[in-house]
Design a protein around this ligand. Structure first.
Ligand SMILES: Nc1ncnc2c1ncn2[C@@H]1O[C@H](COP(=O)(O)OP(=O)(O)OP(=O)(O)O)[C@@H](O)[C@H]1O
Ligand SMILES: [Mg+2]
Length: 424
């Protein structure tokens, strides 16, 4: 990778990254990582002697986001990662590399005295780790450099740190000093896509169209905003509901959200010849509305009969992770199942992005799913009080089954879809 000279806000941010803590926040792809890394490399070359640390949510994400691009920029002679040991040799200095994925991760840095730290995606690491890290930066002249995408307005990083920056270069390029009553020795640089001149207009248009609703506001506009309102903002029955399915080249999966007192909901997901994903069919059992509860054996039998009646053979059967007993039943019935990937926010984001780009459509026969989607909403209380992004757990059975189907099969359809299409 050839790094072109920094311009505008990029340059200004690197020059102003002189505080004890220096954090770049804002839109995706806006060059936060490149700017912060150039500053970090300069720091590593010039810093007083003492241990240095690089942190990511996991060692693997850090390697992918940060270390691989640095190796590309500098070559193996100047940047070499020894994965098993968690050590990076950068510009003649040894750097410890750690993943901070849970509350216990802070033990990895307890007792260290550091002169410098680089943190990738600060908002994704536990607050306890960040607090411990700050106490470890104890050598005179110690500095921290980090990047983050925006999260909710009550996120610990926003309220505890970014809002208290002594200097803030805002999203419009305005410089503010000491806006807080209790300023920290922290400089904050807020970026948006237009701060990165290395992106083509087409690329900016494409990534902007892939994010919708909450993620558009956070990851494109760079706002630290609440998760509120409907989850699937771009959902429009006129655009997303089809009366006829095209030829389906692969029936990827049948995915189910298990319920006994709550409804049981299953959907099929197929890949059309037109490079779009289709929810082809749904099966639902609502013990409250229908004729009582079914046993696991009865569910298995009825689902089998249903799939047979459709005349299709989905490649995977995906079952919600909480339904262990039901998976045992399927196994007994010689029906191989896969546990659904239940990363809720990542799954929702994927579904939202597919709706926004017109690459996920639903057959009109899936009436219950179509009824649920427009009412599926964020829980403003969780967002406001706890800083957590969570959908309201109400009428979410079809949408959960849909999320499991899309998220768990992502390796089967990614790279196979048609280009994004825009709303009319
Ligand atoms: N000075 C530069 N020279 C060459 N390419 C650059 C430069 N600055 C940015 N880029 C390009 O822009 C892309 C996005 O930059 P970068 O990864 O720093 O963004 P980011 O804000 O960290 O994004 P994300 O939020 O997705 O992590 C890079 O992959 C790189 O290709
Ligand atoms: Mg980055």
């Amino acid at each position: 990778m050839i790094v072109t000279p920094l311009v505008g806000k990029q340059r200004e941010s690197v020059q102003l990254a002189t505080a004890r803590l220096n954090i770049w926040d804002g839109s995706v792809r806006s060059s936060k990582t490149i700017c912060s890394l150039l500053k970090w490399m300069k720091f590593v070359r010039e810093a007083p002697s003492g241990p240095l640390l690089m942190v990511g949510k996991t060692e693997r994400t850090l390697k992918r986001n940060i270390i691989d691009p640095m190796v590309e920029m500098l070559g193996e002679a100047r940047c070499k990662f020894v994965a098993g040991r968690g050590e990076l040799h950068l510009l003649g200095r040894l750097i410890y590399v750690v993943g901070a994925y849970n509350e216990g991760s802070e033990d990895k840095i307890r007792g260290l005295s550091l002169v410098g730290a680089y943190v990738d995606e600060v908002s994704t690491i536990p607050e306890s780790f960040f607090v411990m890290l700050l106490t470890r930066l104890s050598i005179p002249g110690a500095q921290l450099f980090g990047t983050t995408n925006p999260d909710g307005p009550q996120h610990w990083l926003k309220t505890g740190y970014l809002d208290r920056a002594a200097l803030h270069l805002d999203i419009h390029g305005q410089l503010h000093r000491d806006v807080s009553d209790e300023p920290l020795n922290l400089h904050r640089f807020s970026f948006q896509l237009s701060d990165n001149p290395n992106l083509t207009a087409q690329y900016v248009a494409d990534v902007s169209s892939e994010f919708t609703g909450l993620w558009y506001r956070r990851l494109i506009l760079g706002e630290w905003c609440l998760a509120e309102g409907v989850v699937y903002e771009s959902w429009d029955p006129a655009r997303h509901v089809v009366q006829e399915l095209p030829q389906i080249t692969r029936w990827l999966a049948i995915a189910m959200d298990y319920g006994t007192t709550n409804p049981f909901h299953a959907v099929t997901l197929g890949l059309g010849v037109d490079g779009r994903l289709y929810v082809g069919h749904e099966w639902r059992w609502d013990s409250k509305k229908q004729r009582g509860s079914l046993t696991d054996a009865e569910y298995s039998e009825r689902l089998r009969a249903w799939v047979t009646s459709l005349g299709i053979t989905p490649e995977y059967t995906i079952v919600d992770p909480s339904a262990a007993s039901f998976r045992v039943q399927l196994h007994r019935d010689q029906w191989t199942s896969t546990m659904a990937d239940n990363e809720v926010i990542d799954g929702i984001r994927q579904v939202a992005s597919l709706f926004a780009t017109g690459r996920l459509l639903v057959h009109a026969g899936c009436k219950e799913l179509i009824r649920e989607i427009p009412g599926y909403a964020w829980d403003p209380e969780a967002s406001e009080k706890k800083g957590e992004d969570k959908p309201i757990k109400l009428n979410d059975h079809g949408v959960d089954a849909l999320r499991y189907a899309v998220r768990t099969t992502r390796n089967m359809w990614s790279g196979q879809l048609a280009p994004p299409s825009k709303a009319a």
